[in-house]
Design a protein around this ligand. Structure first.
Ligand code: AMP
Ligand code: MG
Length: 415
């Protein structure tokens, strides 16, 4: 049985990121949120576009105001009013000033802005009562960046700040990686879909829904293929279709050692190379990972059927794989933080143990781990609600006392 760390390394090594030439599409800026840039974006414009004022005040020549004081103010003639968006007409001469507002273009001849608060105005004259520093409160053209400068690198995820940068640079469309396609199906004779009446012994297929949502949250497109019976022929058909039509395949169930667990056998009969058969973790021991000989082979994950185990293995292994595949240059690795446990945490110490709950930022800057109430059984889907992290107890550690530090895997993108 492989360790979690070795499993992670094998999986991430198998992931081939999308191709920056073939696997891209052009989308409108407004629909680009959450997408990954497939090409760097450079600015066509200088930023700021023009020398402009950082203050409401007066545009002046530094030499005219360098020696003034409250007792001996510089008295300047106001020759123009320049609101933002207006094109200045005058050139400021010695002894002159222009009234200027924040963001407005600096008039020719002026090199400095004096803030309104240190001035007094009388009709078309302004009294400057405090010396300015040379070039004070002028935002110079191209001082933030010049035309041609790279604004955003390839592989960056686009969220509101990046969209703002692109909008300001007048990029109406962007080239992004296509969303990876993740095929999902559930295996098991006992499974029924949500809309079927429940008969004795049956179980509602919740994994398909949970996995579809997780896939979408990870930036990929779920391809939901439904429920497949524990029958070799049906399974072979489903696997064949899935591997031909997806970048990643997720099946759940059928990877344990039960009499009806055929998934590994089918993968091998289709030429699959099995890289992982079981992982020393709890929950989530039965995990199968395979690839196929074709050049565009998807990565196949046979996840455990237990609803909690399916989610835990997704968070721990599948989510980073999807993110790496999607072209993200960084930030696809799992995120661990230290937290102070609010409870005693226990494990049998034999396998790396994942306990679910919430990470809470308690004042002043301490993370705390709140264990989900009720049973931490991998069949107990219900008490997963509210989960935003998993506490990790390494192999060999059987106890963490309340108040002690624990390593926590953060699992939500939005927090
Ligand atoms: P398996 O890995 O196929 O042995 O399934 C382990 C347990 O998880 C069994 O109790 C199954 O009924 C349950 N299970 C399997 N697949 C699903 C699913 N898609 N949704 C909910 N529970 C499932
Ligand atoms: Mg099963």
């Amino acid at each position: 049985m492989l360790s979690v760390r070795d499993t992670e390394a094998i999986i991430l090594n198998l992931v081939q990121p999308l191709d920056k030439y073939q696997d891209t599409e052009v989308v409108d800026l407004l629909t680009a949120s959450g997408r990954v840039l497939a090409t760097p974006v450079s600015s066509k414009l200088d930023f700021p576009h023009w020398d402009n004022s950082a203050m409401d005040g007066y545009a002046v020549r530094y030499k005219d105001v360098q020696d003034c004081s409250a007792e001996n103010p510089a008295v300047l003639e106001i020759v123009e009013e320049i609101p933002a968006g207006y094109q200045p007409q005058c050139t400021i001469q010695q002894g002159q000033a222009a009234r200027i507002l924040t963001g407005a273009v600096m008039p020719a001849g002026a090199d400095t802005v004096v803030m309104q608060e240190v001035t007094r105005r009388e009709e078309n004259r302004v009294f400057i009562q405090k010396p300015a520093k040379p070039q004070e409160f002028v935002r110079h053209r191209a001082s933030y960046y010049q035309a041609g400068t790279q604004l955003l690198p390839m592989g960056m995820i686009l969220n509101a700040p990046e969209i703002a940068v692109l909008a300001a640079a007048q990029c109406t469309q962007v080239q992004v990686f296509r969303r990876p396609i993740v095929a999902i199906f559930s295996t098991g004779d006992e499974l029924i879909s949500l809309d079927q009446p429940l008969q004795l012994g049956q179980i509602v297929d919740s994994n398909q829904y949970a996995l579809a949502v997780l896939v979408r949250q990870s930036g990929a497109e779920p391809l939901m293929l439904g429920i497949v019976k524990d029958e070799p022929v049906a399974l072979e058909q489903a696997v064949t279709y899935a591997i031909a039509n997806a970048d990643i395949v997720l099946s759940s169930g059928g990877v344990s050692v039960g009499d009806y667990d055929y998934v590994e056998q089918i993968l091998e009969s289709l030429g699959g190379e099995i890289h992982i058969r079981a992982v020393a973790m709890k929950p989530g021991k039965p995990l199968t990972v395979a690839t196929f000989p074709s050049p565009h082979s998807p990565l196949y994950f046979g996840l455990p059927g237990n609803p909690v185990a399916a989610l835990v293995t997704f968070w721990r292994f599948v989510q980073p794989a999807i993110k790496k595949l999607s072209g993200l240059a960084e930030g696809w690795e799992p995120r661990f933080v230290q937290a102070r446990s609010r409870h005693e945490l226990r494990s049998d110490g034999k396998r790396e143990t994942y306990l679910w709950g919430q990470i809470i930022l308690s004042s002043p800057s301490v993370y705390e781990f709140q264990l989900a109430g009720g049973s931490q059984s991998s069949g107990n889907l219900i008490n997963l609600a509210g989960t935003n992290c998993l506490a990790v107890l390494p192999v060999g550690q059987t106890l963490i006392l309340a108040g002690e530090q624990v390593v926590v895997l953060r699992i939500m993108n939005y927090e």
